[in-house]
Design a binder for this molecule. Structure first.
Ligand SMILES: [Zn+2]
Length: 141
């Protein structure tokens, strides 16, 4: 299936933790990537629009003690993207992500497992965490 994937931040950012990074307060490796906002418009890293990496269906959103405000989006290929530590979530009932780059929230620093504003992005398919980075270099999976 053809699936176009883009980074969830339009502005400048830096990947500060990769998929295989260790988690000091967890028994597993990171299993996600962290993106730090570097846009001068949002000097504290809060409030930068977070864009959906691909089209798909809204699965769930809410607040998690460790992950803060989050939203999950699933492509019809089964690939799911989960976005954490959001300042605010952008979702309306019955809403689907019809365009790549739809704004699904704003970057923040919510939840216990963050020490500075960043976006924690996890890709999951069939219950398995996948490294998001290779997907950004290829339009097709
Ligand atoms: Zn993270």
């Amino acid at each position: 299936m053809n699936l176009k994937i883009t980074y969830p931040l339009e502005s400048e950012f830096k990947i500060t933790q990769d998929f295989f990074g260790s988690m000091p307060n967890w028994y597993k490796v990171h299993q996600a990537i962290d993106l730090k906002v570097k846009c001068p418009k949002y000097p504290n890293g809060i409030g930068n629009p977070v864009l959906s990496c691909f089209t798909g269906k809204y699965i769930k959103s809410g607040f998690d003690k460790q992950g803060g405000n989050y939203i999950w989006i699933r492509h019809n290929s089964g690939l799911e993207a989960r976005y954490y530590h959001l300042d605010k979530i952008n979702h309306k009932a019955g809403w689907s992500i019809r365009y790549i780059g739809n704004c699904i929230g704003w970057s923040g620093n919510t939840g216990e497992w963050t020490t500075a504003p960043h976006l924690h992005l996890a890709f999951i398919k069939n219950g398995v965490y996948l490294d998001p980075e290779p997907y950004f270099n290829n339009y097709l999976i």
